[in-house]
Write a protein that binds this ligand. Structure first.
Ligand code: THU
Length: 137
């Protein structure tokens, strides 16, 4: 079983691959599935700035695109001693697949833990959306 430290280490590894020539603000993420698999992501910027994709969404979309649907925990790291939490857009995207996910980050080398519910209390959900729609057909 992955410890929080190990998941944060995976996020730190991905952080090295961040493509951030514009903001110079690199972010790494690692998402843990219920089955114990880990998918990592980094932010990928673009000269058309709005096309930038955050590290958290890269990690989540990598996982979803490989058939994962059940998630336990997301680790996010920034520059040394800089805690990073998912932006509002990423919170909503996480809410789609993992409304009960836990989000961890490092602050001065201490682990800080949040529930997505506290970071996004009233996420958007289409009326009548059935849980089974999330399954793979
Ligand atoms: N960014 C992330 O990757 N995740 C966050 O939670 C916050 C923002 C990226 C987007 C952009 O490349 C840079 O950080 C500065 O906004």
């Amino acid at each position: 079983m992955m410890t929080d430290r190990e998941l944060l280490d995976k996020a730190k590894e991905a952080w090295k691959y961040a493509y951030t020539p514009y903001s110079k603000f690199s972010v790494g993420a690692a998402i843990l599935t219920k089955s114990g698999a880990v998918y990592t992501g980094c932010n990928v910027e673009n000269s058309s700035f709005g096309l930038t994709c955050c590290a958290e969404r890269v990690a989540l979309f990598k996982a979803v695109s490989e058939g994962e649907r059940d998630f336990l925990k997301l680790a996010v790291v920034g520059q040394e001693n800089t805690s990073v939490l998912p932006c509002g857009a990423c919170r909503q995207v996480l809410f789609e697949f993992a409304p009960d996910i836990t989000i961890i980050t490092l602050q001065n080398n201490r682990i800080k833990s949040y529930s997505l519910k506290e970071l996004l209390p009233e996420g958007f959900e289409l009326q009548g959306k059935r849980k089974k729609d999330k399954r793979i057909r």
